[in-house]
Design a protein around this ligand. Sequence first.
Ligand code: ZN
Length: 147
Amino acid sequence: MHDSLSVVGANACLRQLVGWRLFKLFDLRLNSFLMPDKNEKARRKALQRATREDAKQKVRDSLPVPVPVLKALFNYVDQQLKSTECDNTLRHTLDFIRNNSLPEKAVIDWLEDNHGYCDCETLWNSEEVVEESVPGYRDLEPSTKLH
Ligand SMILES: [Zn+2]
């Protein structure tokens, strides 16, 4: 009686032990499946950063006039839209371009490439693109000098 009880006890203990080991093994596998190792994470992050930097550099290379001139343009349009509503054209943008002898086609093409099809979109979309791509844009002094 005493002997058979301890055998049962030992069996149960063994079963528990095996079960625990299996669980740990499964747990380890699951963890490595769910969480890519640190190197992989770092590699992905670096890649994302590089891609973002690349996109910003492309924007900076594509600007039709110096950044301070673009800022002066955006500021002007912003001022105009404080007293009048956007009429779904680029009229204030064009006024500024012509009054300051900016290269009209280059600037308009660039604005449209950056989702600025009217005065308000120029501010909402195109200026946003410049702001995100040019470090220190907020503190930049606007200027109308092309060179
Ligand atoms: Zn608009």
